[in-house]
Design a protein around this ligand. Structure first.
Ligand code: SF4
Length: 363
């Protein structure tokens, strides 16, 4: 990787001038997001975890409901994981909820229920990586750590005219070094949030709104006339199609679910017993094979109930939904009424499967 500094002939603004322009803009344009109304490290931590893989507008209702249900770290630690997953259901990436819950219990045990104030202690918590530790410590406690998410990295690389791939560790280190030089030590939390906000609202990946940007006069990418060149585009992973067979087993008006899907996916959530395969036929055979190895003598399909499509990261999942008799599965199942499925901690894939099954079975 080659890090280039494009000299457009501009004179970079001094860090204090740049900070002042950025913070002034933030004061006027910051969106009134619910996690910006608090200094509570726990609430800020929850928002940072939710925002890791999910858009701001999607997170807001989940965040508000979650904090109503678990207003403190102690309340979260006391809850069962099933309860926590219920409030996470729909946000995806459930491993985040699992780790958040585990970390809450550790915080109650080891830190009297308060998110730790040092980087080293924060990093000991499950699920708290470098990014989350820096974000929570800078926003909640004013500790001067720069925060480097995708939006901030894009703004910083454009500002300094640095070309490189954001997934390259060396390039990210260079960006982080630049950020440390710019960071406001008096208001690191606002500075970090201002850069994130600028990246989300103005310095967009495509068609950045340079004329409305408070940093345009000192931005090397903008002055070069082609800001989108920075940073280099991420090499894309091609999506892959996966075939899945899902078993719907009904008993006394309830459906039987298991934890996890297949291939270590969705392991924290309830799902219909399912197996992947290279073709729909192979997926069904794999499913029957699993039922046999679980102790079922000869699992047979009663009928095919329908098909669904679902996407998990790069996986395009094409699932066939089959009804199996009660005795097709001998391993313990968790039984849910159709109504309970609406709020239970089940995956989105299971939710779609349930909708298809319920429609056919009750038609
Ligand atoms: S001037 Fe344009 S490219 Fe530079 S930081 Fe602002 S929006 Fe991004």
């Amino acid at each position: 990787m080659r890090t280039m500094i494009q000299d457009s002939g501009s004179r970079p603004a001094s860090p204090p001038a740049l900070r002042a322009a950025l913070l002034r803009w933030y004061r006027i344009h910051a969106r009134p997001l619910p996690w910006r109304r608090t200094n509570d490290a726990y609430a800020i931590w929850v928002s940072e975890v939710m925002l890791q893989q999910t858009q701001v507008l999607t997170v807001i209702p989940y965040y508000e409901r979650f904090l109503r249900a678990f207003p403190t770290c102690r309340a979260l630690a006391r809850a069962s994981f099933d309860k926590v997953a219920e409030f996470w259901s729909g946000l995806g990436y459930y491993r985040r909820a699992r780790l958040l819950h585990r970390a809450a219990r550790l915080i109650v045990n080891d830190f009297e229920g308060h998110f730790p104030e040092t980087y080293e202690a924060a990093r000991q918590l499950p699920g708290v990586g470098h990014y989350t530790a820096c974000a929570v410590l800078s926003i909640a406690y004013g500790t001067p750590f720069p925060v480097l998410d995708g939006n901030v990295a894009r703004v910083a690389s454009r500002l300094r005219g640095l070309s490189g791939n954001l997934h390259d560790v060396k390039f990210r280190k260079e960006i982080e070094k630049q950020l440390r030089e710019l960071l406001s030590t008096r208001r690191p939390g606002d500075f970090n949030q201002a850069l994130m906000e600028l990246g989300q609202l103005v310095c967009l990946p495509r068609n950045p709104r340079c004329p409305s940007c408070p940093l345009r006069k000192c931005c090397r990418a903008s002055l070069s006339g082609d800001p989108e060149r920075y940073p280099a585009p991420r090499p894309r992973r091609l999506s892959e199609t996966y075939h899945l067979a899902a078993a719907v087993i009904v008993c006394d008006g309830k459906v039987g679910l298991v934890r996890g899907l297949d291939d270590h996916l969705l392991s924290d959530l309830w799902n219909f017993p399912s197996r992947f395969g290279l073709t729909p036929h192979e997926a069904l055979e794999n499913l029957k094979g699993t039922l046999i190895s679980d102790g079922s003598p000869s699992p047979r399909v009663i009928r095919r109930l329908g098909a669904i499509h679902h996407r998990i990261t790069f996986r395009n999942i094409s699932a066939q939904v089959y009804e199996f008799p009660r005795d097709a599965v001998t391993r313990p199942l968790r039984w849910f009424s159709w109504r309970r499925l609406q709020t239970a901690a089940i995956s989105q894939l299971a939710r779609k499967t349930a909708a298809v099954a319920e429609h056919r079975l009750h038609a």
